[in-house]
Write a protein that binds this ligand. Structure first.
Ligand SMILES: [Mg+2]
Length: 398
């Protein structure tokens, strides 16, 4: 099928006043539906390039609301999930009261339009969701529990209040999903484009915090989920953008199966579930990191921080068939996508060998190798049995 596709069941028939006669449009991303308001679409063409239309239809100018008007609209919809948020948005500073004996973890990310994201194929609400999820992923990678986020925005008058609301809809959706509070932030104007900064706060007892530096020789190397799929999602989005630019009347060619790859790119999840599962099984990893820049590069970080080497097995690296199929479409090696693709936001961790039975039973965790001493270096054992040097970067094309 083409994607997004209009069907009787997913097409809303009620048009919104002031937004023309084009109905809202629903399309599936993974197991949920994403509703695109009609004004996202260009001349009724079902295409992913919808943010552009934010510029001229049904818009409320930011200048008509002013900074306090914007903040009030954001604050009025904000829900509270955390006991520890004493005072959230609306005062000079947030007041947070964490349980005694827990340490505070802080992580921040700055995302700039054109550098970190492309609004021609990133729906604003998914950008909001992703900005939160990737920050929470860093808190999860420390084996900690996320509690609050702070969000700061700089944006040009190209964006309307509706665009900001879409962004915050995604931010709020992520807050709900992960039970974190939007506790503050700032909004200001920029000369051009959108800059989005998210700071995440989490807590954990000091002896349960897991660093990159704790990997020990003999540890099992484990990774959650699958790798390389987000990268293939990005390739598809870029391809469809090029097709669209060449001929705006073309419908995107995205199958149901490929929607998973898009979901991995556009709506990644932080693996806080793995943190809970490890705690439930009474497993404390020796070291942990999240996979944001690709498995190989994260392994290099673990090695340098822990002063160890690694041996990884190609046939143990979790790569979905969909990813393999898409990679072969693009003439890319699935192994390279998994090693160097990035944006997987899975957790990579090491556990003592004695935990083998427990981690082997975790349904969404793969054991991919072992920690070696530093002299051994970083090696990848190919399916053929041949051992090669693991490279942090470098693309292998067919
Ligand atoms: Mg990280």
């Amino acid at each position: 099928m083409t994607f997004p596709k209009k069907t009787e069941s997913n097409q809303r028939t009620v048009s919104r006043a002031g937004r023309g006669q084009v109905p809202d449009f629903t399309f599936p991303i993974g197991n949920e539906s994403v509703i695109l308001p009609a004004h996202y679409r260009i001349k009724g063409i079902n295409y992913l390039i919808f943010n552009l239309l934010m510029e001229n239809q049904g818009r409320t100018e930011l200048s008509s609301l002013g900074e306090f008007g914007i903040i009030n609209r954001i604050a009025s919809k904000t829900e509270k999930y955390q006991e520890s948020t004493r005072t959230g948005i609306g005062d000079d500073a947030a007041v947070l009261a964490y349980p005694a004996g827990e340490e505070v973890l802080v992580s921040t990310d700055l995302l700039a339009e054109g550098v970190h994201f492309d609004l021609s194929y990133t729906p604003l609400h998914l950008l909001g969701y992703k900005a939160v999820a990737v920050n929470l992923s860093d808190i999860a990678a420390m084996n900690a529990v996320p509690r609050q986020i702070l969000v700061s925005l700089a944006l040009s008058n190209r964006f309307s209040m509706e665009a900001i609301e879409a962004l915050y809809d995604g931010i709020r959706q992520a807050c709900k999903e992960y039970h974190v509070d939007l506790a503050g932030g700032d909004t200001t104007s920029s000369q051009s484009g959108l800059v989005l900064s998210v700071t995440a706060l989490g807590t954990q007892k000091p002896d349960l915090i897991v660093n990159r530096s704790g990997a020990r020789v003999g540890d099992l190397i484990c990774v959650s989920g699958d790798l390389g799929s987000a990268y293939m999602g990005l390739q598809i989005l870029r391809r469809e953008k090029k097709v669209f630019e060449a001929d705006p009347d073309m419908q995107p060619e995205i199958s149901d199966e490929q929607a998973y790859l898009l979901q991995r790119q556009l709506k990644p999840e932080a693996r806080t579930d793995i943190v809970y599962e490890l705690a439930e099984k009474n497993i404390l990893p020796n070291s942990m990191i999240d996979v944001s820049d690709g498995l190989a590069s994260e392994l290099f970080h673990l090695c340098s921080k822990s002063g160890v080497g690694v041996q990884i097995f190609e046939d143990k690296i979790p790569v979905e068939n969909l990813t393999k199929l898409a990679a072969s479409d693009f003439g890319l090696s699935p192994l390279t996508c998994a090693l160097n693709g990035g944006e997987d936001y899975e957790l990579l961790f090491t556990v003592p060998l004695s935990e083998f039975d427990k981690v082997a039973k975790m349904p969404d965790v793969s054991i991919i190798g072992v920690v070696k001493n530093a002299d051994y270096g970083k090696k990848l054992v190919l399916k053929s049995g041949q051992e090669t040097e693991l490279k942090a970067q470098g693309w292998v094309h067919f």
